[in-house]
Write a protein that binds this ligand. Structure first.
Ligand code: HEM
Length: 444
């Protein structure tokens, strides 16, 4: 098993590789079944401390472009680890994000639990395909224009400056601060609050509930309470927006939906708004945290960025390539098909994971793929923002947020250093969420 290493500050995410086991697609079972029954030897159940999705991805690459792995609940999926194949599948019509294509899933005859259960999710743009996808995505897209990103820029700057000020106060009091709640999560959470146009009277409640959605220590009941509160507040905002439109994302969605041939119901609007709240927060938190960790642990790379020799945007791409905030995204084969270029065949209904964390370190695309190198010519060849019809509509806003936040953080705290060994930074135990759940730092 290869542990990815990097002389100039090793890959922060590498460590003891997961106990990975695979079997070849040719020998795969026809239906998802338990590992014990099928003898599937490869597990992608989430990571143990010190392991990383990059390490798993690298191990998977030893077994071809699309090996089979076992997911929680005994479900077996093809994992797409080659960049080219991942791009072709994400862009084409042979696979879908809609779990209706997964036999037995919607009707409940296929027992799956945990993170896979969410693939049934609400009827939102992410879970839809074809015309339904276009109809649900269009209003979101109208709210995330370049004009909106420009207008949000001073708002983001203010949010970041306030967070930096509070960090200084906190650091003076306690020495070590955890950057995740105080900065990496705070920024996207406040940006989404402002983007949505949450009225000032509801901001506190909305902020607390939206933060609660990402509290990894919360139990199911607390999580549900946060979800219900966010939905109720979004419901109030939709009702207010229907009465009087404003200049915010909720109003944009209502406006776009009104102009459509088949307007979205309140329920559909709420599902799309909830999608945006979640998609915009749980990814950006890791993009900010991971970029900071990459730069903190590699002084030479950081110096290139601080001196302006390399842009922070390039450093961000390299960070997204090496450690994308969403390590993998699901798809389902809508028919039997063969990818001519790779010769890989897929069976109708087969679950597929497009593994962005592996595709970003494809050795056929990148030399020394495990090395964080802000000057890498191929740094933009990653799938961190997805590809094809579901490609992230919030990417320009996310880039703006991350670069404002990290550039100002670097300037304010030039002496900052990690307060722990990089291999000790906890990561989500997930083959989807990818980043750090705690980043303790000494700021001065
Ligand atoms: C660094 C931050 C972000 C990353 C890495 C990221 C990543 C992604 C990825 C990989 C997908 C595609 C999922 C798939 O193909 O199954 C996606 C979709 C999406 N993202 Fe982002 N995202 C980020 C920030 C944002 C922001 C700031 C917003 C909104 C303000 C947003 C809104 C969405 C929405 C609505 C979708 C669903 C699009 C569709 O299904 O058509 N994302 N994102």
């Amino acid at each position: 098993m290869t542990v990815i290493e990097n002389p100039e500050g090793a890959d922060t995410t590498s460590g003891t590789p997961a106990a990975l086991r695979i079997h070849s697609p040719a020998a795969r079972p026809q239906r998802p079944s338990s590992a014990a029954a099928s003898g599937c030897p490869f597990h992608l159940k989430g990571l143990a401390p010190g392991q990383s999705n990059a390490v798993e991805g690298s191990a998977l690459q030893q077994h071809g472009p699309a090996p089979v792995a076992e997911l929680p609940g005994g479900v077996q999926a093809r994992v797409i680890v080659a960049y080219g194949l991942a791009q072709r599948l994400a862009a084409g019509s042979d696979v879908s994000r809609n779990a209706d294509h997964w036999p037995g899933f919607r009707d409940g005859s296929l027992a799956v639990d945990g993170v896979l259960r969410q693939w049934a999710g609400p009827r939102n743009a992410l879970n839809a395909d074809g015309e339904e996808h276009a109809r649900l995505r269009a209003p979101i897209q109208t709210g995330l224009t370049p004009r909106r990103v420009r207008e949000m820029t001073p708002v983001i700057e203010t949010i970041v400056e306030e967070a930096l000020h509070d960090l200084e106060v906190l650091a003076a009091a306690s020495g070590i601060v955890d950057l995740v709640p105080t900065f990496a999560l705070r920024i996207p959470q406040q940006v989404i609050t402002r983007l949505m146009g949450v009225p000032s009277g509801l901001m506190g409640e909305f902020g607390r509930a939206a933060t609660g959605l990402f509290d990894t220590s919360a139990g199911p009941a607390d999580m549900q309470r946060s979800m219900d509160t966010v939905l109720a507040l979004l419901g109030e905002m939709v009702a207010a927006g229907r009465a009087q439109l404003g200049d915010d994302l909720v109003s944009d969605l209502i406006r776009a939906s009104r102009q459509a041939n088949d307007p979205l119901s309140d329920e559909e609007l709420l599902a799309q708004l909830m999608l945006v709240v979640i998609a915009a927060t749980e990814t950006t938190v890791h993009a900010i945290g991971t970029l900071i960790v990459h730069l903190l642990t590699r002084p030479a790379q950081r110096a290139l960025v601080v001196s302006g020799e390399v842009s922070l945007d390039d450093a961000l791409d390299e960070s997204l390539r090496l450690q994308p905030p969403a390590a993998s995204v699901p798809r389902f084969a809508v028919r039997d098909f063969e990818d001519a270029e790779s010769g890989q065949t897929f069976q109708k209904g087969e679950p597929i994971l497009i593994h962005a964390a592996a595709a970003g370190i494809d050795p056929n695309v990148h030399t020394a793929p495990g090395v964080y190198d802000v000057r890498r010519p191929t740094r933009r060849k990653h799938l961190a923002f997805g590809h094809g019809p579901h490609a992230c509509p919030g990417a320009p806003l996310a880039r703006r947020e991350v670069t404002i936040a990290v550039s100002r953080w670097l300037k304010r705290f030039p002496e900052a250093r990690l307060a722990t060994d990089t291999t000790q930074l906890p990561q989500p135990h997930s083959f989807i969420a990818n980043g750090f759940t705690k980043i303790p730092v000494r700021l001065g």
